[in-house]
Write a protein that binds this ligand. Structure first.
Ligand code: ATP
Ligand code: MG
Length: 223
């Protein structure tokens, strides 16, 4: 679909709710640039940048990195995408981050994925990631074609250091206390759209239909 104006979207949901997978599909189906804070941080850790080395310990423990650092990092990425429509995944995660974003951009739509707690816990501990692309697999219901290898590149998959059971619990707690207020923030602005379900493949058609409809309206508005 060709977009006639710049579109700013955010995707939210607890860790393991399928944000990464759905974001990939949104960016393919609607042509938005996908920016994942977690993927950017992991790329920094992998490349052993100064920032990556500084942040690795708190990420591995399931703690959020400081607001100022992540806000500067993500807003910096966005200045490189002035002329693109984008979808933010994993940012903003606190009210302070949401306010920093709002100073520079107003968000058109926030997609909120609501997935039951027990499903999330099970998913996160059986998940494998292709680090360079952010593609995720699940040994139970979405296995790679060749065990331990990425379907597209054939490169090795890794299990994230922060997908251990204790760390998963800590990340879910951080989500409840620090990120749920951000949902309220966007709800009060009238841009929050919630999708509930237990399977990404069943949630996706609803997200896609919603966005296509929304974009069609936006485009008509400027035509
Ligand atoms: P998932 O990728 O399964 O949705 P998640 O949302 O917990 O899980 P990521 O978004 O990949 O994971 O982030 C991994 C870690 O990176 C977080 O636990 C946190 O330590 C750090 N992080 C990512 N984004 C932010 C952010 N906006 N603010 C603070 N810390 C962040
Ligand atoms: Mg993610």
């Amino acid at each position: 679909m060709l977009l006639h104006r710049l579109y700013r979207a955010v995707i939210m949901g607890p860790p393991g709710s399928g944000k990464g997978t759905i974001s990939g599909r949104i960016s393919k189906s609607l042509g938005l640039q996908h920016i994942s804070s977690g993927d950017i941080l992991r790329a920094n850790i992998d490349a052993q940048t100064e920032l990556g080395l500084l942040m690795k310990a708190s990420i591995d423990e399931g703690q959020l990195v400081p607001d100022q650092i992540i806000s500067r990092l993500i807003l910096g990425e966005l200045t490189l995408l002035q002329h693109s429509s984008w979808l933010l995944d994993g940012f903003p995660r606190t009210l302070s981050q949401a306010e920093s974003l709002e100073e520079s951009y107003s968000v058109d739509t926030v997609i909120n994925l609501q997935v039951p707690f027990h499903i999330i816990r099970q998913r996160l501990t059986s998940r494998w990631t292709h680090l360079p692309s952010g593609r995720v697999y699940n040994v139970d219901f979405n296995p790679p074609k060749v065990p331990g290898r990425d379907d597209v590149t054939g490169e090795p998959l890794i299990q994230r250091d922060d997908d251990t059971p204790e760390t998963v619990m800590r990340r879910l707690k951080a989500y409840q206390t620090q990120t749920e207020p951000v949902l309220e923030y966007y709800r009060s602005k009238g841009v929050l759209e919630t999708f509930r379900g237990t399977e990404t493949n069943k949630i996706w058609p609803h997200v896609e239909a919603f966005l296509h409809k929304k974009f069609a309206v936006v485009n008509k508005g400027v035509a």
